[in-house]
Design a binder for this molecule. Sequence first.
Ligand code: F6R
Ligand code: MN
Length: 196
Amino acid sequence: MKPSPIDQIRPEDLAVAFGLTDVRLGDRPVVRRHLADLRGCFADEAAFSGALATGNPLLYEVCAVEAAEGDGQLHYGLGILYPGKVGSEYYLTKGHLHAHRPASEVYIGLAGEGAMLLEDEATGASRLVPLGKGRIVYVPGHTAHRTVNTGAEPLVYIGVYPANAGHDYASIAERNFHKVVLERAGVPALVDRDSL
Ligand code: F6R
Ligand code: MN
C-alpha cells in the first residue's frame, strides 16, 4: 500500500519550534547575507563602498523548512532582517521573483517594523506595503518582492510559498527594483531609482 502523505513527512517537520531572536529552525541550514553579498542592491554606490570599508555586518538570515516536494505542497522560511541603513536607504533583502512565476507567497510579520516592496514583472507597477508585528502581506505571482527594515529593531517574519516556487535572483540582479525606500525627514519614502 502506498504510504499516506502524512507518513512521508518526518515527524520533526510536522511541528517546528521557532523563536524571535534566533532564526534557526532545528538543524536546518541557515542562509546568512552580509553587506558584501548585497553589492548592486543599494542605490548609493559610494555609501555602499564606504560602509563596506568599515565592516561587513550581517544584514539578514533565513532558515527554510522544505519538508515535502510536489504539487500542492508548501515550503516556508523564517527571516530576520536587521535594522540599519546604507546612506539613507534602509537595509533590505536581495529580492527575487519566483522561478515558477505564478507562485504567490504569504508573509506573516512577527516582530519589528518594515515593509515589502512589490513590483509587477510585466508593468513595473510598485507597491510599498507594511510588514511587521501583526501584519500579513500577500505577494501575488509574477511579482518581485523585497523586504525592508524601516524600524530600529530586527524585522522577523515567516514566508510561506508553494514547494515548486523556486527563486530567480538573476532577473532582479540585472535590473534591480524601480523604486527605493529611503529615510526622508525621519520617515520612509518611496522614491524612483532613476530620480536619484
Ligand atoms: C521565499 C521568500 C523569503 C525570502 C527571504 C530572503 O520565497 O520570499 O523567505 O527568501 O525574505 O530574501 P531573499 O530570498 O530575496 O534574499
Ligand atoms: Mn519569495
